[in-house]
Design a protein around this ligand. Sequence first.
Ligand SMILES: C[S@@+](CC[C@H](N)C(=O)[O-])C[C@H]1O[C@@H](n2cnc3c(N)ncnc32)[C@H](O)[C@@H]1O
Length: 249
Amino acid sequence: MDGRVESLPESKLGTKEHWDQVYEFGEDSVERMIRYLVDMLQEKSDEEAKYILDVGTGNGHLLFALMDAQLDEAENMTPDIIFPARLCGIDYSAASIELSKAIGSKRGHGCEQILFLECDLRNMPEMDELAARPSHGKGWDIVCDKGTIALSSQLVHGKLPVDLYVEAVHRLTRKDGGIFFITSCNFTQEELATKFQPAGFLIEHVVPTPSFTFVCLCLFHTHTQTFPLIHEQGGQQGSTVTTVAFRRG
Ligand SMILES: C[S@@+](CC[C@H](N)C(=O)[O-])C[C@H]1O[C@@H](n2cnc3c(N)ncnc32)[C@H](O)[C@@H]1O
C-alpha cells in the first residue's frame, strides 16, 4: 500500500437513474400484488375473512400495504374483508421479525394485531405447526411471497432449497382451493409451473408484468437496507418479473 487511492470500476450502483428504477420496480410489484389480492378478497367478501401468510416477510411491507389498501379504499371496499389478526408474516431473521413488530406497533390502526413469527421455511416440523394456526385447522387460505423463493444451489439435507421451499408451501397452503401467490424475478412462469404443478398447484392467474430488455432489477431487502440484485439478461428480451397465483387442488 503506497497511500494512493486506486480508482474503482464504474458501477450502476452509483447512478440515481439506477436507484429510481430499483424503487419503482419494488413498489410496482407490491401494487400489482395488492390489486390482485384486494380484487380476489372483494369477490369472496360473502365468505369468512381469509387467513393470509407472507413468507420471507422482510419488514412486513406487503402485509402493511394490504392494510393500507383496506383503509384507503374503505369507501369502495366491503368493510372488513381483511382481518389483521388473520394476517401473519414469517421470516428466519429474528431482526426482520422484531422490525416488523415495531413497525406494526408504530403504525397502529390494526397493524399491531398482525402476527410476525420467526420461522425457517426449510424446517418442516415448524411448517406443520404454522399450517395448523388458522382456526379452521386446514392451512392458510392465501400464501404470498415477494422475492423469497430460494436462489441457492447448496443442498440442505440432500435437497435443493427450492425443492424444500415447494414442500413448505405445499404444507402451508390450504388444500382444495388455497392460493399461493408469488412474485419472483429469478424464476419464469414456466419454471415456477414446472416446480409447483407436480405438487398439486394449478395456475389460477398470471398478473401481467412489464417487459425489460437487458437488465432485471430485483429488490433485495434486509431489515435495515434495500439493495438490488442485478440480473443481466444477455440481450434477451422478455418479462423478467413473474407474478403468478396458483390454486392448490
Ligand atoms: C428478498 S427478501 C424479500 C422481503 C419481502 N418479501 C419484500 O419483498 O420486501 C427475502 C426475505 O426472505 C427471508 N428468508 C430467506 N430464506 C428464508 C427461509 N429459509 N425461511 C424464512 N425466511 C427466509 C430473508 O430473511 C428476507 O427477509
